[in-house]
Design a binder for this molecule. Structure first.
Ligand code: 5GP
Length: 177
């Protein structure tokens, strides 16, 4: 029987950091309106908490992408399953991601979103695993830098499970396979 994920970042720690991030984001965009674009499914919990602490006007939109490669890592070839519902031309776009691993997904998305001519494009990621970087993507706002471990909870899953955990935890090796 696989064991429960072992806690890496507590619910309290996440909540504190998300408030800090929201303050940083609000300061950066002071006087402007944001289009927050959540990358589903993983970012839904983080985004829901983050936007509730923003002090600038925000509209929320979502994309869903899948990447070719094995189940746990992206292969860099990204396919849109669905896209935002509005033009992004001249908008201040904030991409919201759960975790940046190799950077391949965000690298592709940034290139794609730049073609839409936003007024600005920034990235806010809850987690970053720098040990696995294959493409450097400038991350404007990062919640936590974590070691090279496969994590779940607070929106992140393994085989569809654990997205509802209030904390971020590490799953045992046998759960990953
Ligand atoms: P990248 O393109 O940066 O390699 O991959 C980013 C995506 O891979 C994330 O949005 C997420 O779906 C998945 N991913 C990477 N590392 C982890 C992890 O530790 N846990 C989970 N649940 N997903 C991960």
């Amino acid at each position: 029987m696989p064991s429960d994920p072992s806690p890496l970042i507590s619910a309290e720690g996440i909540s504190r950091r998300v408030r800090e991030l929201a303050a940083e984001v609000s300061k950066t965009y002071a006087g402007n309106e944001i289009v927050a674009v959540g990358i589903l499914k993983g970012a839904f919990v983080f985004m829901a908490d983050l936007v509730r602490h923003l002090t600038v006007p925000v509209s929320c939109d979502f994309i869903r992408v899948s990447s070719y490669g094995d189940a746990k890592t992206s292969g860099g070839i990204v396919r849109f399953e669905f896209d935002v519902t509005q033009p992004l031309t001249d908008k201040h776009v904030l991409l919201i991601e759960d975790i940046v691993d190799t950077g391949l997904t965000l690298s592709y998305l940034c290139e794609n979103f730049r073609t839409r001519k936003p007024a600005s494009l920034r990235i806010c990621a809850l987690l970053h695993k720098p040990a696995r970087t294959r493409v450097e993507v400038p991350l404007d706002f990062v919640g936590f830098t974590i070691p090279d471990k496969f994590v779940v909870g607070y929106g992140l899953d393994v085989a569809g499970k654990y997205r509802n955990l209030p904390f971020v935890g590490v799953v045992s090796e046998d759960e990953k396979t």
